[in-house]
Design a protein around this ligand. Structure first.
Ligand code: SAM
Length: 340
């Protein structure tokens, strides 16, 4: 395996290797290289501009674009990930690369096509970096008051977590804010995923973040990888039942269960989470929101996401209530709590 180190390291950023030998920056949303400062108005204005540009192209130009796009995509690392996602879902590491932002894509592997793809998505209001930040902030907001009570062990459970940056960044937000709340508190991140490469990167990233000078230095958190297929939630139930009785639990799935899982899988996983988790557990989810059939976002979609409104989610989630939601051009990020 050829190792591709990052030659232009940025001060204050941690780095970790993927299984395939790419050295990548570890996203820390409190660092200016990754923090998103785009307002909701700007995101929707970008989406509107993109829709207008696409509409102005006319049917032939759009048809040609559809034919040519795969040829261009083949030429870049991120593009090849997008092409693979036509089979179903975008893999965890390709998703991660799209969150890095054009300025953080390493010169050892990324080309202009990679950078333009990410730039284009961000400008069109489809930023995955924004989705990550929304997820981390939603998780942190739910946990903040609970951390003030004692030193209950903190367990993060990330379904289809891949690199699990939502859990790790919520942890960074909370730890940097008040490190004293973590003194004597065991912390463990559980990554549940069908594939292992993204989860391995999560483990390498957590180690880097806890290294000397990293934002989680001194925390002592551990990471547990569990092979998981959301079509059978039994291992999830077993994991929850094995946690300490006083555990504080933060559940999440970003770009995972709620974006790709069918209704039966979503309902079964929510039921398992509900029946085996503590009453005060915190849940954050991203959903792909419904867009019109003739929307350019519909045509651009490569991975087979299932679109859901907040009402669709509520119908699948008896015993859960939506406590807050962020509305973005192509997705929602939702915080949920148990009602009973
Ligand atoms: C778009 S990626 C999202 C990864 C990560 N949560 C993020 O937002 O960066 C989709 C993830 O879903 C996982 N996945 C797909 N089908 C799954 C299934 N049936 N059960 C569990 N995980 C699955 C993939 O392996 C991948 O890590």
């Amino acid at each position: 395996m050829a190792m591709i180190p990052e030659l232009n390291k940025k001060p204050g950023v941690c780095y970790a290797y993927t299984d395939s030998g790419l050295e990548l920056p570890v996203i820390d949303i409190t660092h200016p290289a990754f923090h998103q400062e785009v307002s909701e108005e700007q995101l929707f204005a970008g989406a509107k501009r993109f829709a207008a540009e696409q509409a102005a192209k006319g049917p032939f130009a759009r048809w040609l674009q559809g034919k040519l796009l795969p040829l261009f995509l083949k030429r870049s690392v991120i593009g090849r990930g997008l092409l693979r996602s036509r089979e179903g879902y975008l893999d965890g590491l390709s998703t991660y690369l799209m969150k890095l932002g054009p300025g953080n894509l390493g010169s050892g592997w990324a080309n202009a096509m990679d950078r333009n793809l990410v730039l284009g998505m961000n400008r069109a209001g489809m930023s995955l970096a924004q989705r990550l930040q929304d997820m981390a902030e939603t998780l942190a907001a739910g946990l903040r008051p609970l951390l003030k009570e004692g030193t209950r062990p903190l367990h993060w459970i990330n379904i289809a977590g891949g690199p699990s940056m939502d859990s790790l960044n919520a942890l960074i937000l909370l730890y940097k804010e008040t490190p004293a709340l973590f003194a004597g508190r065991p912390v463990q991140v559980h990554v549940l995923d069908l594939e292992s490469e993204g989860a391995h990167f999560a483990a390498a990233a957590l180690a880097a973040l806890q290294g000397e000078g990293g934002p989680l230095h001194g925390l002592g958190a551990t990471l547990n990888i569990l092979a998981y297929d959301w079509s059978d939630p039994q291992p999830l139930t077993a994991l929850l039942q094995a946690l300490p009785a006083n555990a504080l639990v933060a559940l999440s799935s970003e770009g995972g269960l709620f974006d790709y899982g069918d209704n039966a899988a979503v309902a079964a996983n929510l039921k398992a989470l509900h029946s085996a988790s503590p009453a005060d557990c915190v849940l954050a989810a991203s959903l792909s929101r419904p867009v019109d059939a003739d929307s350019p976002f519909q045509r651009q979609g490569i991975a087979k996401v299932l679109q859901r409104s907040l009402a669709d989610l509520e119908a699948l989630a008896p015993g859960w209530s939506i406590r807050g939601s962020l509305s973005r051009p192509i997705n929602f990020v939702v915080g949920l709590r148990k009602t009973a």
